[in-house]
Design a binder for this molecule. Sequence first.
Ligand SMILES: [Zn+2]
Length: 404
Amino acid sequence: MGDSASVTEILLDLIAIPSVSSASNRAMIDYARQWLTPNRWAIRTFPYADPNGIEKINLVAVPRRFLQHGLPDEASASPAGDSVAKRSQEADVPIVELALVCHTDTVPYPDDWPEAVHPKVMNGRVYGRGACDVKGFLACILAAVADPEVSEQSLAVVLTADEEIGCVGAKRLLGEKRFHARNAVVGEPTQLHPVVAGKGYALGEIVVRGKAAHSAFPQAGRSAILDAATLIDSIRNIGLRAATERHERFDPPFTTVNIGTISGGTAKNVVPAECRFLVEWRPVPGQNERWIADLIGEELARAQGEDPGLQATFQPIRIDAGFETDPQSKLVGELEGLSGNAAMAVAFGTEAPYLKKLGAETVVFGPGDMKTAHSVEENVPVEELERCVEILKGLAYSLAKNDK
Ligand SMILES: [Zn+2]
């Protein structure tokens, strides 16, 4: 590799590094570091162990030149003593104009798709796991920051772990306030459309308990599946109610509710003692992201009030809000101008809400089409990759110009 490598070559390298969320992302971080030349970039990594004890790493890189203006520079700290390391850990975080944010993990791929990590270029597109979600955007970042002029602007490269399993890395990084950005571009495949609004993502499990009995004597038991059916019908009504609260930026223009999995029962001739199912909802921004959870809780309480024998619990697993950015902001205007594409909204969840919480104007942006992501057809057009590199450079010059 070298400065002359094309964005496509970088992407082929990245896809060849397996990085499903269950494994460590260290190899991805190590690869990315090679493009952040040490004499130009100060790099901080924030490792943590996931619940399975696997090492995951978040990375924040800021141009060294920018850090010289009175900001801490961890890389210059001697690794000699704990005290030095501690001090640098606690030092004030840099505030940058523009953060380029990208996750490093991918969803799993099937065994019978060997090309998942042996990418190929075909008909002007790169195919492989992560091609568009979201190694394509990462390749664009790395190609852009290899440009010495880009590495003199007020920007940060932020790479996160565990996005596909709930934005775990981003939550950690932002919770610990490791950096501040006035504007952020979060990479996801949007076909180079600036995305200024996204739905959130929420999930909870309902467990219904009945009493097992021989099915010839159902009165001796209580069917958890029939109780679940009653609750599921109520949740269908909650979904219909949610559809009346409209947010016209989205398609469909409301919070959607889905029961994605259900399991229960042990045999055809046994009254089932347990049934559990997952309820997922995607809240539109501006609406309380807990609203559906609250409605389900109320419904459970009502049903149990009417039938004290009903035993069911509802456990939220994850509740992430959506996000919405002012379409009149400078970030959106610049990206619309550079890409030639109008701002839009998307229905999938991203890391954007966490950046929004930091106060950053946030746009989701990147090459490729999310419709191919998470499938064996995952791909990204080379032409979009190349345009994206130029757009990121243009954005760095216009938005993050370091005038100091
Ligand atoms: Zn993604």
